[in-house]
Design a protein around this ligand. Structure first.
Ligand code: SF4
Ligand code: SF4
Length: 370
């Protein structure tokens, strides 16, 4: 009964545009990123790299501390947080002020030095993640717009090895199959079974990041994330959507108001309702074309979607309920075992990884051909 009550209450809140408990907050301390990924809306417009002032960062963390924030604090937006020279100080400060929050960091790892690896390993984090979009320099250039392929892989391999020896938190690798055939995808799965990490995730295409890749869909789509996953940019703008690159969905600025007041302000509730009921064409730029939006055509009103999701013989219903990106998500095998096979392959000399990967690929293709 209480489940049903919650279901009704949450739907009523959705219709009124009221925020829900904040599960994930993105604080974008910098907008700097050296990559130029084709699907990244943040890179579509050339912007000067900016960094959040200390005073502003502290104000945000103090406000979160007032309500004992215990959700996930992501210290990044659409950028590489390791380009923020103060990031480790900020992580420490956040951890001390918000002991119950879980701090997450996702980075390209392109600029990782040995000193940064040590800092990263000892940082009070819940999870570090990186995305590998490719295992060859040409595809890397095509997707990332960067020639730093060797740096990316070398740093990832170095970090993975160090991380595996202590495992202070989760290390996740996301892989997006963009440009290769099934056999290459199988090889990458094989590669991910060797590289030490706690979780790997493969997706058949990079997340659309608001329509950069995908076209508008017809069904009634919106992201429940707009109720519980806000973002604060380096200049203090608060947006109801964590993918909002240019603060188009801005509800105010934390320099002038409290973060909590902004979240439940009239302005923010009415913006959510505008998107939900498609009262303005802003949703065409956001939820209508975003992979994070769910299709609510039918099941939004029926508290049975959890049951439907569990029925294996109803793939159609499953595809209706779930976002339509196909994912192969698997927990990795035992990290200790991975480390042994990884050390056998890479030894102490991770700089030779290119040859190692080429040999691995050849062996893998030979074994699948025979
Ligand atoms: S997707 Fe990430 S790595 Fe690529 S340009 Fe955007 S912020 Fe940088
Ligand atoms: S655009 Fe995407 S991320 Fe933003 S609120 Fe809509 S569904 Fe969520």
């Amino acid at each position: 009964m209480s489940n049903l009550k919650d279901f009704v209450r949450v739907r009523a809140d959705y219709f009124l545009g009221r925020p829900q408990k904040i599960k994930n907050l993105y604080v974008e301390t910098t907008i700097a990123c050296a990559n130029r990924c084709y699907m990244c809306p943040a890179r579509a417009v050339k912007k000067e790299s900016t960094y959040m002032p200390d005073q502003l960062f502290k104000k945000i963390i103090e406000e979160l501390a007032e309500y004992n924030f215990d959700g996930n604090l992501h210290v990044y937006g659409q950028a590489d947080p390791l380009l923020d020279k103060k990031i480790f100080e900020r992580i420490d400060y956040s951890h001390k002020s918000l002991p119950n929050a879980k701090i997450h960091l996702i980075s390209t790892l392109n600029h990782l030095t040995d000193e940064m690896i040590d800092k990263l390993i000892s940082a009070p984090l819940e999870r570090v993640a990186t995305s590998i979009y490719e295992l060859d320099a040409n595809t890397f250039l095509k997707i990332r717009g960067s020639r730093k392929f060797k740096e990316k892989l070398t740093n990832t391999i170095k970090f993975a090895k160090k991380w595996a020896s202590v495992q202070p938190y989760e290390f996740c690798i996301h892989f997006f199959e963009c440009d290769f055939n099934r056999q290459e995808a199988e090889f990458i799965k094989h590669f991910l079974e060797i590289i030490p990490c706690t979780l790997t995730q493969m997706s058949l295409h990079p997340i659309s990041l608001r329509g950069v890749i995908k076209k508008k869909r017809d069904s009634w789509r919106f992201g429940t994330c707009m109720y519980s996953v806000p973002k604060i940019t380096g200049d203090g703008n608060v947006s109801i959507c964590f993918f909002d690159t240019n603060s188009d969905l801005k509800i105010g600025n934390v320099k002038n108001n409290s973060f909590w007041e902004l979240l439940s302000s009239k302005n923010s509730c009415s913006l959510r309702r505008d998107i939900l009921f498609r009262r303005s064409n802003i949703s065409e730029k956001f939820c209508d074309v975003c992979d994070c939006a769910e299709n609510h055509t039918l099941f939004f009103f029926l508290p049975i979607h959890k049951v439907i999701n569990k029925i294996p013989f109803l793939p159609y219903f499953n595809s209706v309920v779930r976002p339509d990106q196909t994912k192969m998500r698997h927990s990795s095998m035992d990290v200790e075992k991975k480390l042994i096979s990884f050390n056998e392959l890479f030894g102490n000399n991770s700089d030779e990884w290119l040859d190692v990967i080429a040999n691995l690929r050849n062996d893998f293709y030979k074994s699948t051909d025979s």
